[in-house]
Design a binder for this molecule. Structure first.
Ligand code: AMP
Length: 427
């Protein structure tokens, strides 16, 4: 499949060539045609799949065609993209800029934490596309700088994260101001019941598309497993962090409270660590992230939703302090290391209650994760490892192939391999 098969207009194709895109990603292949047919869309996809282009390209194409057909006058906001964080908002507006390089459409991004003066000045001059975070958008609406009455396209991006960050009321207030006749595109990486409910309330006969960006990097990441009793996880973590070869570690916990607790414990032990999750303010998250990126902190403790979209170069270790209960999440987590062909190390702690999660993960990845038994916090009592242990030093770089085979019983990573290789090095 090439972009030429997607009924795209010349200026858009030209911009894609300029960007160096040779073929659409799966979400683009599935989403662009129905959006161009004016259909509502429910997209189950996360950042990194190419979803921004999947909605930005067809929206701009439709707007361009309507713009050409209609009367020329003062511009009114016809497309609204609502996204939970400033980082995402900036990235989305940059995408509109790139894909709309040869189109006469004006766009603006608004988010809080900065002066509104420039945003208001641009709004006064007239724009077609607005990318916004909920708080600042409501502020500007309340001051009558923004009206949503001409909106024809509404995109709700990262809906699950929006709810996780407590924006549900703001989002509902904004939705209430939208015209009922509009095209709505709804994106969420996960679809828990409350997200499904929100989608049902917003969408009319939506086309459903789903992509799971499970990474093939799994095969080049050195994975290991520690069976440990829950109360010992902290001690085991500190013990592992005594190894200086752990230059940067992204530690995953299941809950926000858990993330805070682990970061606190590490800090108490003199290890530079910070937590990042949905309850933290935008500024606190941004600062934790940049501290980690420029190596002021050595350990970043995160929940899955907060860590999404975070791209950290040369991350050496991913540590699953808690086993994820959704097997694909394991693959997403460990895929944070081993980027761009670099070998990474992924360590998982598994307590008795997490055995069933481990079973599902091993089924998905098609192999058993090697177990490290030589550590001071091994399980006591009658909790035996579920698999025969394969002892291997935890931080030794792998030299050869996979000691446990590259089994790929479900064909999952093969599919991803094709997908990733299509735009290797960009994500
Ligand atoms: P997104 O999921 O929208 O955040 O996109 C992830 C990354 O993939 C961004 O850096 C995009 O520039 C890039 N990208 C999106 N679509 C394509 C494509 N068809 N070919 C190559 N790169 C792409």
């Amino acid at each position: 499949m090439s972009f030429n098969n997607l009924q795209l207009i010349e200026p858009v194709l030209k911009a894609l060539i300029h960007e160096g895109y040779t073929k659409p990603t799966p979400i683009q292949e599935q989403a662009i045609p129905p959006i161009l047919q004016h259909k509502d869309l429910l997209g189950c996809a996360q950042t990194g799949t190419g979803k921004t282009a999947a909605f930005a390209i067809p929206i701009m194409q439709l707007m361009h065609q309507q713009h050409q057909a209609g009367p020329k006058g003062h511009r009114a906001i016809k497309a609204l993209i609502l996204t939970p964080t400033r980082e995402l908002a900036i990235q989305i507006e940059e995408s509109f800029k790139a894909y709309g390089k040869y189109l006469d459409l004006k766009h603006l991004v608004v988010f809080g934490g900065v002066s509104q003066v420039n945003q208001v000045n641009t709004l006064r001059r007239g724009i077609d596309i607005l990318v916004a975070t909920p708080g600042r958008l409501l502020d500007l609406m309340n001051q009558n700088y923004i009206s949503l009455r001409d909106i024809k396209f509404f995109v709700l991006d990262e809906a699950d994260r929006m709810l996780d960050m407590g924006f549900v009321h703001d989002v509902k207030r904004i939705i209430a101001k939208l015209p009922s006749k509009r095209q709505t595109l709804f994106f969420s990486a996960t679809m828990p019941p409350e997200i499904q409910q929100l989608a049902n309330a917003l969408l009319v006969n939506p086309v459903k598309v789903a992509v799971t960006p499970v990474s093939s990097t799994v095969d080049i990441i050195q994975q290991s497993l520690y069976f440990v009793d829950k109360p010992e996880k902290n001690s085991l973590l500190k013990h592992l962090l005594e190894d200086v070869s752990v230059k940067t570690a992204l530690v995953f916990t299941r809950t926000k409270h858990g993330a805070d607790k682990v970061a606190r414990e590490l800090a108490r032990a003199g290890i530079r660590a910070e937590a990042i999750h949905g309850n933290k303010s935008q500024n606190a998250r941004q600062s934790a992230l940049s501290n980690f990126k420029n190596r002021h902190t050595r350990v970043l403790v995160a929940t899955d939703i907060a860590a999404r979209g975070i791209d950290i170069d040369e991350l050496t270790h991913v540590i699953n302090y808690d086993m994820p209960n959704i097997p694909e999440t394991y693959v997403h987590r460990i895929g944070r290391t081993g980027r761009a062909g670099a070998s990474g190390i992924a360590i998982s702690f598994c307590d008795t209650e997490e055995r069933s999660y481990l079973k599902d993960i091993q089924k998905l990845i098609g192999k058993a994760i090697p177990v490290i038994t030589t550590h001071p916090f091994g399980m006591i009592g009658n909790s035996q490892p579920v698999r025969p242990p394969v002892a291997r030093p935890s931080f030794q770089k792998r030299t050869g192939g996979n000691s446990n085979g590259n089994g790929n019983r479900n064909g999952f990573s093969e599919r991803r391999k094709t997908y990733r290789s299509s735009y290797a090095g960009r994500g």
